[in-house]
Design a protein around this ligand. Structure first.
Ligand SMILES: C[S@@+](CC[C@H](N)C(=O)[O-])C[C@H]1O[C@@H](n2cnc3c(N)ncnc32)[C@H](O)[C@@H]1O
Length: 268
């Protein structure tokens, strides 16, 4: 049709469509950015897409995912021992629980994402496994000194360092005296994790996902654990990661910071 012959309504409709599309785009960006800034929204978002390959980069095949769970459960069991009361912090869809549960007296697992947990629930038909939705900050649902062992793989690396520190304090609290803590952290000085750091260097701050990976140096992670009151029994490299096995000591060395906070982590 000749543009000159359009009625006023025909002229205005394309403008309305253009405006609605633009607003929809803004809304999508707004909600995407909100997901980026929140651990919970981000992990629920990823879990709805392809949980397996988001948990273990590239492992979208169930047998590959399961194989890695079996391997990790085997060395964890060797470290922790049989028939213990164990906690996994940031359990995802139960990659490790599936193979570890049968050798634990009780296996407790916490995660911030309800979508991850509902998938874990479907994968884990064990009566001794208890799954809990966490608030992403603490382990307030568990009493002091409940666990013989706590482990956390591929989770603390995704938190801001202050949030990781809070979790480490909580892990120390819920462990029995001399209880075992097994944890993985990315090695900042590895090519892989330095590259993933560089990926976000030029990204505007409000577009960096809160859950991006943070690398740690060997000294840094040793220092942090000792400040919290863990004695390091083992620190080894596994690819681009550190694997640490530590033991809870009763003495806590870190002092509360001077920040304005009414929470007293050391007095719980
Ligand atoms: C990469 S996956 C690893 C899952 C599992 N540890 C494994 O090795 O298969 C990270 C998991 O940590 C959970 N997570 C992220 N931030 C968390 C937080 N602040 N508190 C508890 N869980 C968290 C995510 O929902 C996700 O399930």
């Amino acid at each position: 049709m000749d543009p000159q012959n359009r009625t006023p309504l025909q002229k205005v409709i394309p403008k309305i469509i253009w405006f609605v599309r633009l607003e929809a785009q803004h809304m999508r960006e707004f909600f995407f950015r909100r997901r980026l800034r929140s651990y919970k929204k981000w992990w629920n978002h990823l879990a709805k897409q392809d949980a397996m390959s988001e948990i273990l980069t590239g492992a979208s095949q169930e047998d590959e995912f399961d194989r890695s769970g079996k391997v990790d459960a085997a060395w964890l069991l060797e470290t922790i021992g049989r028939d213990k009361v164990v906690l996994d912090v940031g359990c995802g869809i139960g990659r490790i629980e599936k193979y570890l549960a049968q050798d634990c007296r009780e296996l407790h697992a916490v995660d911030i994402s309800s979508v991850m947990l509902s998938k874990a629930y479907e994968r884990l038909p064990f009566r001794n496994v208890s799954l809990k939705l966490g608030n992403g900050r603490d382990l307030g649902m568990y009493p002091d000194a409940k666990f013989d062992a706590v482990f956390s793989l591929l989770m603390l690396q995704h938190l801001e360092k202050e949030d990781t520190f809070l979790y480490l304090l909580e892990i120390h609290r819920v462990l029995k005296e001399a209880g075992t803590f097994v944890v993985q952290f990315p090695n900042f000085q590895s090519d892989k994790h330095f590259d993933s750091f560089l990926m976000y260097v030029f990204v505007p701050k409000n577009q960096r996902p809160a859950a991006r990976v943070r690398g740690y140096s060997r000294d840094e992670i040793q220092f942090i654990l000792s400040k919290i009151g863990f004695r390091l029994n083992e620190l080894r490299e596994s690819g681009a990661d550190w694997i640490l096995v530590a033991q809870k000591t009763v003495e806590k060395k870190a002092k509360k910071g001077t920040g304005e906070s009414d929470e007293s982590w050391f007095e719980r």
